[in-house]
Design a protein around this ligand. Structure first.
Ligand code: SF4
Length: 487
């Protein structure tokens, strides 16, 4: 899609709106208003005697829609709102999340509620951003569920994230840096040894700063690609190095059922892990095959039974709506199967097609056509999870999501995972160890977020580990700056 902009600086926002309505089209900003044969958009501001005249023209290559308005000052909202209205008229589609293109809708709703109270905040969220009533209600429920957690955050609180970037095989929709164990086998032992060193360094730094650890999360990848012995050693290191007296939760993403064994579960249980994830994504064998998973639905059920036998009461299951080959009845069967298992948390994702994912090339356009069906699956999950007593407690969006929907974490009362709120809401510092980890430090006084990146791939992490340790000193430097700015 070609996008022409004139006399305003809102390029990024206008590009995002183009992607919202044409998610599989590459947006190219051009410097002439000449219209191309394919889809195009124009967002123009012109200064006149009475203020600014805004014009938005959009086309799908056949029809054209045009909107114009006048306003005294040059404003982002005036331009983007008009462009949004033109796209709605052209496509006849009203996105569920309106013109919101950011990933944290609940954060925005919180801001509006803090400014004007719940009623006025919700109204602004609905009308100003064109969010549909069901999605606004979902965001409000999420905001309310988060409130006790966000209200209890202390200025020295932090969460530890540990990355195990290996998986048994690579899923077709995955854009994560994870490497399959067959190819990365020889990297796993050195990676693990260096990861323990980084944990030691992190413990040193956070202890000296007087920070309070409030959550531990081992994610990936698939952490259970580690052996039972390694998992035990990792948990033991966490307990030895960090003070967990203020930390009510310790999560491990067991993830793929084909990596879960009785021995590994026993090691995690003995290692003080309070919560695990077993992620079916779907309980259809055919769909599992379509996405490149080696396990069957029965493997999920068996892994779940093993986890219960090992004493885990808090188990999350991730599901995805919009997978290739799945259908509305198929998804309903999956969700009912997960509910029957008694998972305490269910996270429902919409398939997001990222650059680098195998599925993008294979089926992107077809998937786009299935938006309606995907939305119906999501609606079904919202209804059924609500009926079964689950509450939505974190929610985020990604670009290029199937059906332009959301990912929502649901939990039975008393079992929500604080880490998910901390990281999605960016309200607590998260210090990450391991390849691909991104440390996000929250300045508790100004609210600003500072990032420190680890190397992405395990081989870089291993070969340049000295730099990783030095970057951990950056945590000290940034906290000193936060505290200096306060005094
Ligand atoms: S299990 Fe997760 S991280 Fe691993 S390949 Fe599949 S989607 Fe990617």
């Amino acid at each position: 899609m070609q996008l022409y902009l004139a006399n305003h600086p809102y390029r990024y926002e206008c590009e995002n709106l183009c992607r919202l309505f044409f998610p599989y089209s590459h947006v190219q900003v051009v410097d002439s208003p000449l219209t191309a044969p394919g889809p195009w958009a124009q967002a123009i501001a012109q200064e006149g005697p009475g203020g600014f005249i805004y014009t938005a023209r959009v086309s799908d290559g056949q029809k054209v829609a045009e909107k114009s308005a006048q306003q005294g000052a040059l404003e982002e909202y005036a331009m983007t709102n008009l462009l949004y209205a033109a796209f709605v008229e052209l496509t006849g589609s009203q996105p569920a999340w309106g013109m919101l293109t950011g990933i944290h809708p609940v954060k925005l709703l919180r801001q509006y509620v803090e400014e004007g109270g719940e009623g006025a905040g919700l109204e602004k969220f609905r009308t100003h951003c064109h969010v549909t009533a069901p999605k606004a209600a979902l965001a409000l429920q999420t905001l309310r569920a988060q409130a006790p957690v966000t209200a209890s955050i202390g200025e020295n609180d932090w969460a530890l994230y540990i990355s195990i970037p290996f998986c048994p095989t690579r899923c077709a929709y995955c854009s994560f840096i994870s490497q399959d164990v067959k190819h990365a086998q020889k990297l796993m032992a050195p990676y693990f040894a260096l990861l323990l060193e980084e944990l030691e360094k992190t413990a040193e730094v956070t202890r000296a700063l007087g920070l309070r650890l409030v959550s531990v999360y081992i994610g990936g990848g698939t952490p259970t690609t580690l052996s039972a012995g390694q998992l035990g050693q990792l948990c033991e290191s966490v307990h030895r190095l960090f003070d967990l007296s203020g930390c009510p939760e310790f999560t491990v993403e067991a993830g793929r059922p084909d990596t879960i064994t009785r021995e590994k579960l026993a090691a995690l249980k003995a290692g003080g892990v309070t919560r695990i994830s077993i992620n079916p994504q779907t309980l259809s064998d055919q769909v599992l095959q379509n996405i490149g998973r080696l396990h069957t639905a029965q493997d999920v059920l068996d892994a779940f039974a093993l986890a219960k036998e090992a004493g885990f009461a808090d188990i999350n299951c991730d599901l995805i709506v919009g997978l290739p080959g799945d259908s509305q009845p198929g998804f309903e069967k999956t969700l009912e199967g997960v509910l029957a298992l008694g998972a305490s948390n269910v996270t429902v994702h919409s398939l997001a097609l990222k650059r680098g994912a195998r599925l993008e090339a294979e089926g992107g356009t077809t998937l786009h056509r299935r938006q309606q069906e995907t939305a119906a699956m999501m609606d079904y999950s919202i209804r059924r999870l609500g009926e079964e007593g689950y509450v939505p407690y974190y929610l985020y969006r990604q670009t290029r999501m199937a059906g332009n929907l959301e990912n929502t974490g649901w939990a039975k009362p008393g079992s929500l995972c604080r880490y998910n709120i901390y990281t999605m809401d960016e309200c607590v510092s998260v210090i990450a160890c391991g390849a691909g980890g991104v440390t996000k430090l929250k300045d508790p006084y100004s609210g600003r977020l500072e990032r420190i990146f680890n190397f992405k791939y395990p081989y870089e992490y291993i070969s340049r580990h000295g730099e990783i340790l030095l970057r951990k000193d950056g945590v000290t430097g940034l906290y000193e700056q936060f505290r200096k700015r306060l005094h």
